[in-house]
Ligand binder design. Sequence first.
Ligand code: UDP
Length: 408
Amino acid sequence: MTRTPNTVRRPAGPGATTEPRLAEQLAAADLVVVGSGFYGLTVAERVASQLGRRVVVLERRSHLGGNAWSEREPETGIEVHRYGAHLFHTSNQRVWDHVRQFTEFTGYQHRVFSVSKGQTYPMPINLGTINQFFGRHLGPEQARALVREHAAEIDPDQVTNLEDKAISLIGRPLYEAFVRGYTEKQWQTDPRELPAEVISRLPVRYTFDNRYFSDRYEGLPVDGYAAWLQRLATHALVDVVTDVDFFDVRALVPAGVPVVYTGPLDRYFDFGEGRLSWRTLDFEQEVLPIGDFQGCPVMNYADPDVPWTRIHEFRHFHPEREHPADRTVVVREYSRSAEAADEPYYPVNTAADRAVLARYRERAAAEPDVYFGGRLGTYQYLDMHMAIASALTTVDNVLTPRLTRTAV
Ligand code: UDP
């Protein structure tokens, strides 16, 4: 038997702070979690089931789940990841064992292709990409030697930014074809100002293995992200209240009750140290009257003159499901710098951002009852498995001692 999540939808707007039910819920809470993404829900579920403490989760949107939320497109029934494709992968045994309590996973393995100057290549860069790009038939050692030659202009010990890192890994010709234009489009920032770690997310392989991720475990939730996320919220001691902005109701949180805050870090401090820069995404969704548009789940567009970064075709994420034979859902993804009113997706993390971040971190450390977590709350480019791992560690090391100490 599965319970439905304890989600209370609450009308937003004036007078919201006086809503008696919410005031009661907050008064009875042992922990308040702000934000119901993977980080917030994992904390809430663990605190409820491991510690037996009552948790209220406040969610600004009208649904829980943060950016991992998915919905069935009504006309086709195809599951669409509402805030961009989410692919679950991890090598962390604890995380893998943990998440499987809440969902089963399909055997999905992510594979991506990239269009560069009218040709389609496998991505990330592997022996297939290298051979096709240079029109050669090179084995692993020959390909390594060629790339080494192209990469010689960079001293790997002097690498400080994304561009140098990429050239040191793949050489300039492959960098120009597959990384520079894509990265400029995706980050709206000169690759020489971006941190080297962003490109280290992608493997470079001297085999024909074209899997996108190298992790031991990978898959998609069998019955979808929404079902998985909702299951995290079903514990009797967890209440998720949607349509409520923490900053409208924070006066209702009793003094001394700890808060786990997963919203934007700079917002918490009213932007007092300046704004951290974020990248936001725009999605353009279409139902097309054909059974298959591109033959794969994600096609990247590396050329700078194509305005979108990639196209997602969601039917291909679940080949095991029944989908209409004559309709498909495609979503074009566009990236741009986030303005104040936009949803923040990715921390840009330039040197200037890192200086601002250091000041916010100092202020965050001085808040005795607030724990900052998740991608927005820590200004970190966290994948789902990293957010979950970090939530589990916070429960172990911070919340368990704290909530056990104050137990009555
Ligand atoms: N990247 C690229 N070309 C590609 C795919 C990725 O240059 O075809 C670079 C780009 O800088 C990107 C980074 O690799 O920001 C990490 O890519 P990933 O696919 O991990 O980004 P995400 O899917 O999280 O947006």
